[in-house]
Design a protein around this ligand. Sequence first.
Ligand SMILES: Cc1ncc(COP(=O)(O)O)c(C=O)c1O
Length: 390
Amino acid sequence: MALSQRISTLTGGGSDGWDLFLKARRMIADGVPVTELTIGEHDIRTAAPILQDMHRSAMGGHTGYAMVPGTDALRDIVAKRATERTGVPTSRDNVLITPGGQAALFAAHAAACDPGDVALFIDPYYATYPGTIRGVSAIPRSITTRAEDAFQPRAQDIEAGVAGARSLLINSPNNPTGTVYSRATLEGIADICQRHDLWLISDEVYDSQVWEGAHLSPRALPGMAERTLVVGSMSKSHAMTGSRCGWLIGPEHAIEGLINFSTHTTYGVPGYIQDASVFALSQGDEFEAEVGAPFKRRRAIAQRVLAAQNTVGLIPAQGAMYLMLDIRATGMSGDDFADALLEAEHIAVMPGESFGTAAAGHLRVAMTVDDDAFEAALTTLCRFAEARAA
Ligand SMILES: Cc1ncc(COP(=O)(O)O)c(C=O)c1O
């Protein structure tokens, strides 16, 4: 029995770019001691008090169907966080609770695009973006950024690709590059969205992980609240990746339509997960800073290690839990370098090519092992690159 076109072509037919990751996992399963710097998973687990609150809620009976848009308490605290951080008045009617940021990305594209519409996204990109767009039967079109711009998109490049588009998906702080979009970049994007009547889908799941400068949500720019859908999540800010709790913030009429959509897709998020998320969010900004602190520390370690050599370049990373390294001086592709590094040194990093074409000749390093192991892995990586470049 044939599967639908939508499902059978979801990843565009080619490799999904995760070969290296799967190879590293197989080596680990075979007992090889691999330093794993591939995926965006913290090296800490969800904090015990959050789990205790989840347990308390479940034992208290919150195990039945929960309200589809999210509980009032969770929608309210997400709205309060958005108001405080962005200055844009936000109420529970602007908030839909979703099973993680990924479900919010899907819902946002379902709201913005009809089948056959073009949906823009920025290359390099988080691995699921094109498939999420195909999942709503829209057509993904990438806008390429450049290493020399630290992968900040140029307004003229977006403008050149805008014909026929209904939406633009951006992500700042960025996975995979660690770039935080500047005010000028975001103002350029806002201008294009308004002139071409685009929905802006702003993935801000790393909004609490900014190491330099400040996070600016484009929803706060003049005229943007009515056309911006903000994707948020407990995954990165609270080390709750497995709890599957996120949200979408947008205009009331969009959220109203998406509540109906959620009723027919996810049917909401478990009540005890939502209660634990309220508890976690009520710990405030300090808790989020604590969860992010190891990445800030490791970024400083990387800056020190990379400053001591000239072969591997560091793309200025202002946020998130990743670094993008430029290894073009070795003459190798990111794919070949990552594979050779894994084989020879048992260090697993993602080739830039896994995230589109713009980051070819680069590596994405997740800062997700303890400080000493991280420093040792980076030092070895640089030595390995130097030997290849010589
Ligand atoms: C940029 C970006 N957006 C969204 C997600 C999805 O996160 P979740 O569904 O766990 O909230 C991720 C996960 O790594 C991500 O890196």
